[in-house]
Design a protein around this ligand. Structure first.
Ligand code: NAP
Length: 280
C-alpha cells in the first residue's frame, strides 16, 4: 500500500479550515502565523512561499518578514520579542538554515514556547521527551499522523528510526516511545544498519542519503516512512529504495507526495493549536 501523504494532508487542511471558520465566529479573530525569512536560500524561499499559500488558503492570517543575508542578529531578536508580545500572532517560525553570523539556538530560545510552531524551543523539546503535552516538530508529527492512518495501535511494535537530528530523528523517537513502541535510534556510527532494520515493524528513514534503505533491509509487512528529500540526476528521491521496498513493505510513503505535504499541514495545525491555547 502506498501512503498518500498529499491526500491525508489535504484532509487535515480541510478540517483546519472548518475549525478556523468556527474560531472566527466565536473569537472574532483568526490564528496568525509569522514567518521570518533571512537571505536568499532558494529552497527556503520555496518552503516559505508554500507555507504562506496554504496558510491563506485555510484562513490563517499569514505574514512573511524578509531580511537580507547581512541582517544583524540583534535586529532579528528584537523583532521576535515584538512578535512575542503581539496578540494577533499565534505562531512564529524562523526559516532555517540561518546565515552563519546568526546564532540559531539564540533565535530559537527567543521565541516564546507558546508560539513556537516548529517545536524547537528547549522547553517544548523537554516537554516532549518527558511525555508531557508539547509543541511537536512538524515533520515528525506528519510522519506520526501517516503512521496512525495505517496502524491505530502502535503499542509493542519495534520501530527503527534512522537519523538522530533534532529536527526529525529525535522527536520522532519520542513520539513512538510515547505510543509504547520499542524504539531503536540509529545514526552514522551505527554498525550493521541493515540488521537493525531487519528487526523493525516500523522504519522511519530521516537520513539524507538517496535510496539507502534496500528491499532486503525490510521485514515483510513492515511500515516504512521515508522522510528523505534528495536531489539526484533521476530527480527527487527519498532515503528508501522505493521500487525494492514497496515489494516487501505493508505500507510505504512515496517521495515526493508522502511526508513532504504533511509537514506544512502540521505547521498549520500547530498554528491553530497555539491560537486555541492562547484563547482557552
Ligand atoms: P541531518 O540533520 O543531516 O541528520 C541526518 C541524520 O542521519 C544524522 O543523525 C546522521 O547521523 C544520520 N546518518 C547519516 N548517514 C547515515 C548512514 N549512512 N546511516 C545511518 N544514519 C546516517 O538531516 P535531517 O535534517 O534530519 O534531514 C534528513 C532528511 O530528511 C534529508 O533528506 C532532508 O532533506 C529531509 N527532510 C525532509 C522533510 C520533509 O518535510 N519531508 C523535512 C525535513 C528534512 P549522525 O548524527 O551520526 O551524523
Amino acid at each position: 500500500m502506498i501512503i498518500d501523504g498529499k491526500k491525508i494532508a489535504e484532509t487535515l487542511r480541510q478540517k483546519l479550515k472548518k475549525e478556523i471558520i468556527e474560531i472566527k465566529s466565536s473569537f472574532k479573530s483568526v490564528p496568525g502565523l509569522t514567518v521570518i525569512l533571512i537571505g536568499e536560500d532558494a529552497a527556503s524561499k520555496i518552503y516559505v512561499k508554500n507555507k504562506e499559500k496554504f496558510s491563506k488558503e485555510i484562513g490563517i492570517n499569514s505574514e512573511v518578514i524578509k531580511y537580507p543575508e547581512n541582517i544583524e542578529e540583534k535586529e532579528v531578536l528584537t523583532k521576535i520579542i515584538e512578535l512575542n508580545k503581539n496578540k494577533k500572532v499565534s505562531g512564529i517560525l524562523v526559516q532555517l538554515p540561518l546565515p552563519k553570523h546568526i546564532n540559531k539556538q539564540k533565535v530559537i530560545e527567543t521565541i516564546l514556547p507558546e508560539k513556537d510552531v516548529d517545536g524547537f524551543h528547549p522547553i517544548n523539546v523537554g516537554n516532549l521527551s518527558s511525555g508531557y503535552d508539547s509543541k511537536i516538530p512538524c515533520t515528525p508529527l506528519g510522519c506520526f499522523i501517516l503512521l496512525k492512518e495505517i496502524e491505530k495501535n502502535l503499542s509493542g511494535k519495534h520501530a527503527v528510526v534512522i537519523g538522530r537530528s533534532n529536527l526529525n530523528g529525535k522527536p520522532m523517537a519520542q513520539l513512538l516511545l510515547k505510543e509504547n513502541c520499542t524504539v531503536t535510534i540509529t545514526h552514522s556510527k551505527t554498525k550493521d544498519l541493515k540488521s537493525q532494520c531487519n528487526k523493525a515493524d516500523i522504519i522511519i528513514a530521516a537520513v539524507g542519503k538517496p535510496k539507502l534503505v534496500k528491499g532486503d533491509w525490510v521485514k515483510k509487512n513492515a511500515i516504512v516512512i521515508d522522510v528523505g528529500i534528495n536531489k539526484t540526476s533521476d530527480g527527487i528521491v527519498g532515503d528508501v529504495d522505493f521500487n525494492e521496498v514497496s515489494k516487501v513493505a505493508r505500507a510505504i510513503t512515496p517521495v515526493p507526495g508522502g511526508v513532504g505535504p504533511m509537514t506544512i499541514a502540521c505547521l498549520l495545525r500547530n498554528t491553530v493549536e497555539c491560537f486555541k491555547r492562547a484563547n482557552s
